[in-house]
Design a protein around this ligand. Structure first.
Ligand code: HEC
Length: 399
């Protein structure tokens, strides 16, 4: 299905749910690249460092527009959805990073038998992996208005289906940042009305979300179901979507949705975001670092010291969900425990030279740059020598 046709559809029928105008990409967990599918069914890996694309599978025979990467980064799942004998059938296919099939499900009956495709362009699937690496959240639809979401258990083959639901409530990913569950939007019989928002865990347990505003058939709720056109995000356990009427916040712990009207914030966000993105980190003045040592440090940063695993070039921050447990980075969890996802955020390193006073890390616990490096050296057992630590420190002063 061509993206131009799809986009045309979006413009023509804003009220109709078409998850699929933009193919989703899934990051590899080490941020070295991402995976996506093409309209012709290819499965492709993009390598951020070499800027090369590699076709993993020539033809997945699927119309998956959002493939899922397993948490260990070793497996990629797509789903084939077919309609025959008046029924939809879905098959999950999992590939390894060489493109070899490592798991194939049986044919799974997917959704109501009275659902018929309105046009084959609407057959589409999107998948998300659970944090334990055993289950997949799968959305499969054969019709612009009808879709079914299901949890597929790879070990037992069992499937839990949620009819007439759409998982992409929050555009970016329906999975809450801590991985514990997701938000689904349930549609009415003909798919024209948003009936219910629900919080679902990986066991399939549903908690209905009480909404402090009326869920009705208008453009505002279409944006809730299909908000990719607008800004939406997770803020810890809170899913936030912007709609023409205002910002909707879903507290997935309290199972409560609130909309603030009038919304004084949303209209200002795009300009604010562009301004933020336009700020260039200041360059260090001449002579404040040793150029040759810094070049050697650069090589270490992405090589032996493996810092670029989290502080990814060129922004030295982490794409996706840039959060790490205290144990991962080898410090206590006192401050992390006070945050919604109980983790520390990978600090962006551009312009590090501008704030060398007051210490490094969230609480300034490391007084100098070499102190930070010594910590990593011990924690990750990097085996950096003293001259290498110096080189890396010079490099950090240069970014
Ligand atoms: C597993 C991910 C990870 C790796 C690998 C990693 N870092 Fe970090 N880095 C973090 C996180 C998370 C923080 C924020 C910690 C905090 O705020 O307490 C951080 C903070 C920092 C800071 C402090 C920045 C500031 O403004 O206070 C520096 C400097 C730094 N890292 C350098 C490095 C170097 C050099 C390496 C390689 C030796 C490295 N990091 C490897 C995750 C990582």
């Amino acid at each position: 299905m061509s993206s131009i046709r799809r986009r045309g559809w979006i413009l023509l029928s804003l009220l109709i749910v078409i998850p699929g105008c933009v193919n989703g990409v899934s990051w590899l967990p080490d941020s070295s690249g991402f995976v996506f599918t093409t309209d012709s069914g290819k499965l492709v890996v993009y390598d951020v460092k070499t800027k090369a694309t590699r076709v993993l599978v020539e033809d997945t025979k699927s119309s998956t527009y959002w493939p899922a990467v397993s948490p260990d980064g070793g497996r990629i799942a797509v789903a084939r959805l077919r309609f025959d004998d008046l029924k939809s059938h879905l098959q999950v296919v999992v590939y390894d990073l060489k493109g070899k099939v490592v798991h194939e499900s049986k044919s799974i009956a997917w959704g109501r038998s009275d659902q018929k495709p309105d046009d084959d362009m609407n057959t589409t699937t999107q998948l998300f992996w659970d944090p334990a690496g055993n289950k997949l959240l799968i959305y499969g639809s054969i019709h612009t208005r009808y879709g079914t979401t299901g949890i597929y258990d790879m070990n037992s083959g069992a499937t839990t289906l949620f009819e007439r639901t759409v998982p992409s409530v929050y555009g970016v990913t329906p999975i809450r940042p801590d991985g514990k569950g997701f938000v689904l939007a349930k549609l009415s019989n003909k798919g024209e009305k948003l009936e219910e928002l629900m919080w679902v865990d990986w066991q399939g347990k549903v908690k209905p979300v009480r909404a402090a505003f009326e869920l009705k058939n208008d453009d505002q709720q279409t944006q809730l179901v299909w908000p990719v056109l607008r800004w939406s995000a997770w803020d810890g356990n809170m899913a936030i979507a912007t709609t023409p009427a205002g910002r909707t916040r879903i507290d997935t712990v309290k199972a409560q949705a609130i909309r603030h009207e009038p919304d004084l914030v949303t209209a200002k966000l795009p300009a604010l975001q562009l301004y933020q993105l336009s700020i260039v980190a200041p360059k260090p003045p001449e002579g404040t670092f040793d150029k040759l040592a810094s070049d050697r440090g650069h090589t270490l940063f992405s090589g032996k010291a493996d810092c670029a695993r989290c502080h990814v070039h060129p922004l030295f921050m982490e794409p996706g969900w840039p959060m790490h447990t205290a144990a991962e980075i080898g410090i206590d969890d006192f401050q992390a425990k006070r945050s919604p996802d109980e983790r520390y955020r990978t600090a962006p390193l551009r312009g590090l030279w501008t704030h060398t006073k007051g210490g490094f890390y969230h609480d300034g616990r490391f007084a100098t740059i070499p102190d930070v490096i010594n910590h990593y050296n011990a924690h990750f057992k990097l085996g950096l020598t003293q001259p290498e630590i110096n080189d890396l420190a010079e490099y950090l002063k240069s970014v």
